[in-house]
Ligand binder design. Sequence first.
Ligand code: ADP
Ligand code: MG
Length: 198
Amino acid sequence: MFIEPRVGNKNYSARRGWIEVICGSMFSGKTEELIRRLNRAKIAKQCVEIFKPAIDTRYHEVDVVSHNANAIRSTPVKLANDMLLLASGCDVVGIDEAQFFDEALVEVCVRLANNGTRVIIAGLDMDYLGKPFGPMPALMAIAEYVTKVHAVCMSCGDIASYSFRKAASVERIVLGETDTYEARCRHCFQEGMKENQK
Ligand code: ADP
Ligand code: MG
């Protein structure tokens, strides 16, 4: 389990920022883990802001909601740059579904962390083809801490790192749930991809 290096120590004269990334497939518990870390920061009386991309309204317009219905109030933003102004002066910034932002998110996270903010990013590391997703690989490279969480393969029960798309669409972004996607291990993901090509 991830333990914060310095949560809520108000005695530091200079604020120190850093970047954490929580990545994995769909249903792997990224949002759950993000909410856990943000709640702990709130308990430590830190000022916390949570953002998500405005395109992701699957469960709720403003809340960040996990698949087991944990929720936390968030601000939907269209562009990564919008976060700079909205988050100014905050101790901790959480960002969910980070893969949907463009590459500008990387620079935004660096600026926030350099200015003393703890930035916690949750997002899909791979798309439905198993390819690195949007700004996630760059964020993982620049982060101080990277946590990869895993789901359970819906075909065989093994550890799952892939988000398998059941519906036949070639759009990179198709918002969906268990009707559209399922978590799969490497083997069952490959089997499914072969099956889809038939
Ligand atoms: P993520 O943000 O990574 O998509 P969430 O944090 O929203 O994941 O949800 C994780 C929860 O999803 C788990 O605690 C569990 O209740 C549920 N879940 C549904 N399908 C699976 C699966 N295949 N493997 C693991 N957890 C699953
Ligand atoms: Mg999530």
